[in-house]
Design a protein around this ligand. Sequence first.
Ligand SMILES: [Zn+2]
Length: 330
Amino acid sequence: MFKIKKSLIYFFIFITIIIIIPALCTRRKKVTDIKIAENKEVPKYDYTKYGKVKLLHKSDNSIEEIPIDEYICGVVSAEMPANYEIEALKAQAISARTYTIYKIENSKNKHGEADICDDSTCCQAWISKQDRFQKWEEAERENNWNKITSAVNTTAGKIITYKNEPINAFFHSNSGGITESASNVWGEKDIPYLKSVETVGEEGYAQYSSEVILTKQELIERLKIEYPDIQINYDEEECIKILEYTTSKRVKTIKFGNIEVSGTNARSILGLKSTNFEIKIDGDKIIFSVIGYGHGVGLSKTGANSMAKQGKNCEEIIKHFYTGVEITQL
Ligand SMILES: [Zn+2]
């Protein structure tokens, strides 16, 4: 009996030595292998002259030199929620990279020594990895960051071109179902790849609709800052009237009393999320009901996400929002 027990113990020791310990070691080794493989998976793309971006931090006017794709990770994580579809994040990465290279080439002297700034209302948003992590729940930090770096790294070197030139790849938050052509926003000549296109699925997002409510007096006070001679006689039936719409049904010109204001100017003075709005006067209240968020030109971020949900890939998304473009390896 004792002999059997003893041999059983030896047997277990033997099994432990030949199977379990090596298995544990192998498992550990595999984990290390995966980590190394993940790092190796990302070869540094050679951007030659676009290798580094001189980024102006608006908060303290300092300029930081950052490798381009590291900078693009900071842009994508600032511009698009990490829980968006991977193909939408990839489309955002390619647009942001294209926009950056366009800026490097075409905006000399706009920001002095710097190529681009981190202000979303001027160039494009950017956030450091450290600040981004502070804003994410701890449990989702690594996953979110891996998703963003994957969107950037799997599209390394890719930019959007029109007639072999990098495009001015504008993007915005929510088109409200139809994007705007650039000439209606900035008044310059038509840019062939920034045409108005329709997109589905935008209405499912919080950015789709919003409201601004002002009193009759508040409206006059706001407009007075830029139009000191403004007078609105609210007893007149058409004291406030939209005079002209753009082809995408956004407000092009609007009359407030004795003045005419462009839709884009009205948007900025009144703090509306877009120029796609309607007005209702209700007692002392003026209600601006707004559809969409942003200037509406180029790629819509929520539109990109809804296309990705419908199974479209990043190239299809880009070619939908930018007319007649190609995706080119730099
Ligand atoms: Zn800027």
